[in-house]
Ligand binder design. Structure first.
Ligand code: ADP
Ligand code: ADP
Ligand code: MG
Length: 448
């Protein structure tokens, strides 16, 4: 096992990774930007190294600075968290060239899945159902029009390098398609430096369901059931839960989706933790959309229902241990829900709302978990993702968990900062949410 790990991230996820390292007796090295000097992840680590100014390109994305910090403080491995460098295969190569271990999958499979158009083709060849759409990337506008006509409108134009809901645009007819391509290409170029795009049939009001997987280096792979993430804004998740209410509504769906996810893992020789994402239509048909080759924001709901520490397994697999969790030993214990607490204003089109936290009083108790990157006195700056904390609740069944979440949210005080906390309370009371029928287009029109 490693003696020292560097965490190349910030905020709640850096603090969460440090917690597991402490449990495992591993020394931690944090990195931070000038803007994060007093952040909880800095205080929690054994060693903390300032790596540059606030802007991510000058700090958290500065590979040289991160590798230098790792060398200087004797780190043997680097955990990338999510976002930032977590899906950057060039970084993985550089980590390995420096003689260190990257806690995540191999760079080849990261590249394969990182190109979403290519990942679709690979999944289809592995026998996994994909959303009807283009075979690989689309060459130009003319080719796009031909494909859209075969598929039938509406279609979605998606950036091949996409992530975080960026570079995705809906088109209801040919004229809109031309516009959607221009917008996607422009966004993809500026966000990812890659203009490639592909086309998918737009599935009306789908549910988002994803399967958590773990695989070791000896070819053992397991799934840890599914999560549902249908409550979204701007194609981004805000509430997630496990198990999925939709997977329980359609007979055989859970079994079919977990089998498909493992088929993809085996075909791609995937290792470490990953998530296979699907959308599910009103008839219970499921379609692969992408694979995320990293730890996911919403992983705690899976940890609650399975009792498995996913970060611990990421580290153990990276250290060469084989997976001694057996599929038949895993089962679903109760229900878990996560509410992402964002510093943003739901009444102003979910615009980020930076500020300072004057009071922070958090709920506590059995089955209540808070993964937070802030505390009383913390400044929420405009430089980073406005996710400040996640409230995760575990209960005996879905209804009890919703009630528990509502009271935990009501107790939570985040003084003087605009957040979406009250929006979450409202959602917990909504009939469709309580019935477990909310789809991915459900939330947004309610808060605009
Ligand atoms: P999930 O882990 O559920 O997929 P998100 O899709 O919200 O969660 O993405 C995880 C984190 O990574 C978020 O902080 C998000 O802003 C960020 N992120 C993901 N992909 C990208 C990307 N391609 N460009 C910028 N940020 C991204
Ligand atoms: P990202 O890489 O940004 O996470 P995804 O491909 O995972 O993008 O899709 C994000 C969300 O966009 C999905 O959860 C879903 O709400 C919506 N979406 C994606 N593809 C489709 C589709 N073909 N039809 C309808 N909605 C879709
Ligand atoms: Mg996704």
């Amino acid at each position: 096992m490693f003696n020292t790990i560097l965490i190349a991230n910030r905020g709640e996820i850096a603090a969460r990774i440090i917690r597991t390292c402490k449990k495992m007796g591993i020394r931690t090295v944090a990195v931070y930007s000038e803007a994060d000097a007093e952040a909880p992840h800095v205080l929690a680590a054994d060693v903390a190294v300032e790596i540059g100014p606030a802007h991510v390109t000058k700090s958290y994305l500065d590979q040289d600075a991160i590798l230098a910090a790792a060398k200087k403080h004797g780190a043997e491995a680097i955990h990338p968290g999510y976002g930032l460098l977590s899906e950057n295969s060039e970084f993985v190569h550089r980590v390995e060239e420096a003689g260190l271990i990257f806690i995540g999958p191999r760079p080849e499979v990261m590249e394969l899945m990182g190109d979403k158009a290519q990942a679709r083709e690979f999944a289809e060849n592995a026998g996994v159902p994909v959303v009807p759409g283009s075979d690989g990337p689309v060459a130009d506008e003319e080719a796009a029009i031909a494909i859209a006509e075969t598929l039938g409108y509406p279609v979605l134009v998606k950036a091949s390098a996409g992530g975080g809901g960026i570079g995705m645009n809906l088109a209801k007819n040919e004229k809109k398609l031309k516009k959607a391509i221009k917008t996607s290409v422009r966004r993809a170029e500026s966000a990812f430096g890659d203009p490639a795009f592909y086309i998918e049939k737009f599935i009306e009001n789908p549910r988002h369901i994803e399967v958590q997987v773990l695989a070791d280096n000896d070819g053992h792979a397991i799934h840890l059931f599914e999560r549902e993430c249908s409550v979204q804004r701007r194609h981004q998740k805000v509430i997630e839960e496990a198990p999925s209410p939709a997977a329980s509504q359609f007979e055989g769906l859970r079994e079919a989706m977990t089998t498909a996810a493992l088929a993809l893992v085996n075909a791609s020789k995937y290792t470490n933790a990953g998530t296979v994402e699907f959308i599910v239509d009103g008839e219970g048909n499921f379609y692969f959309i992408e694979m995320n080759t990293r730890l996911q924001v919403e992983h705690p709901v899976t940890e609650f229902i399975t009792g498995v520490d996913l970060v611990e397994w990421q580290i153990r697999i990276a250290a060469g241990e084989s997976l001694d969790l057996k599929q038949e030993d895993l089962s679903i214990d109760g229900h878990a829900i996560e509410c992402r607490i964002y510093a943003e204003n739901p009444d102003k089109r979910f615009m980020p709302a930076p500020g300072q936290i004057t009071d922070w009083v958090q709920p506590e108790g059995p089955g209540i978990r808070i993964d937070s990157g802030v505390t009383s006195g913390s400044k929420v700056t405009p430089f980073y993702d406005p996710l400040i904390a996640k409230l995760i609740v575990h209960g005996a069944d879905r209804q009890a968990t919703i009630d528990k979440m509502k009271s935990a949210l009501s107790f939570f005080q985040i003084g003087e900062l605009t957040t979406n906390r009250e929006m979450h309370i409202t959602v917990m009371d909504e009939e469709e949410f309580r019935a477990g029928t909310a789809h991915t287009g459900w939330l947004e029109p309610r808060f605009k």
